[in-house]
Design a protein around this ligand. Structure first.
Ligand SMILES: Cc1cc2nc3c(=O)[nH]c(=O)nc-3n(C[C@H](O)[C@H](O)[C@H](O)COP(=O)(O)O)c2cc1C
Length: 182
């Protein structure tokens, strides 16, 4: 494995190394004060604490909706199923009309919930921490929705979407050379 010092850390290689960690894909949603709906695809969702029930995701400070996200008091994290790749792409498009043709249900907190998600965590904004060019949003889960249907999750790995049944037989992307020497 090739080592890189902090000073010489090459961003491409850093991204490739991060891409070696498979994640699910979620869309975080909120109803802003203005009544406008916010939504953003994230792979940075993670669990934090069971008691109290806390979860986190990180948002890029450069996102157009960043300031609006900082004002939200409630939001929902919708975990996507393998059939929701198009929805993921729509909510990953900067300044795109993310909500056009998107059906949503109002959750108990007022946050819009996406039907057919595997699970949705409705959260009260609990804390926001500095995370470099991102900010880490920690939410306290106040309502849960778990799909009764056992769909498979959408997975993000090596810079692209994968599915549980096929994804892991694909080779790692070009440039993901951190395994050299192993
Ligand atoms: C699979 C995937 C995962 C993503 N994960 C994150 C993330 O964790 N944090 C983030 O800030 N942006 C993430 N993005 C990019 C945002 O979805 C995108 O920049 C955002 O929707 C732009 O919103 P804006 O219109 O507010 O600028 C991800 C995109 C994709 C396709």
């Amino acid at each position: 494995m090739q080592a890189a010092s902090a000073e010489s850390l090459d961003e491409r290689r850093f991204r490739d190394a991060l891409g070696a960690f498979p994640t699910g894909v979620a869309i975080v949603t909120a109803a802003a004060d203005s009544g406008e709906r916010l939504g953003m695809t994230v792979s940075s969702f993670n669990s934090v604490s069971l008691s109290p029930p806390l979860v986190l995701f990180s948002l890029a400070r450069r996102a157009h909706s960043f300031a609006a996200w900082c004002r939200t008091r409630h939001y929902a994290v919708n975990i996507l199923s393998r059939d929701q790749e198009q929805l993921s792409n729509r909510f990953a498009r900067a300044l795109g009309d993310k909500w056009a043709d998107t059906v949503a249900i109002d959750g108990a907190t007022g946050a819009p919930l996406l039907p057919n998600a595997l699970a949705a965590f409705e959260c009260a904004a609990h804390a926001r921490h500095d995370g470099g060019d991102h900010a880490i949003f920690v939410g306290r889960v106040v309502a849960l929705h778990l799909s009764a249907q056992r769909h498979e999750p959408l997975i993000f790995f090596g810079g692209r979407y994968r599915r549980l049944d096929t994804g892991f037989q694909d080779p790692l992307p070009q440039g993901a050379s951190m395994f050299e020497g192993w």
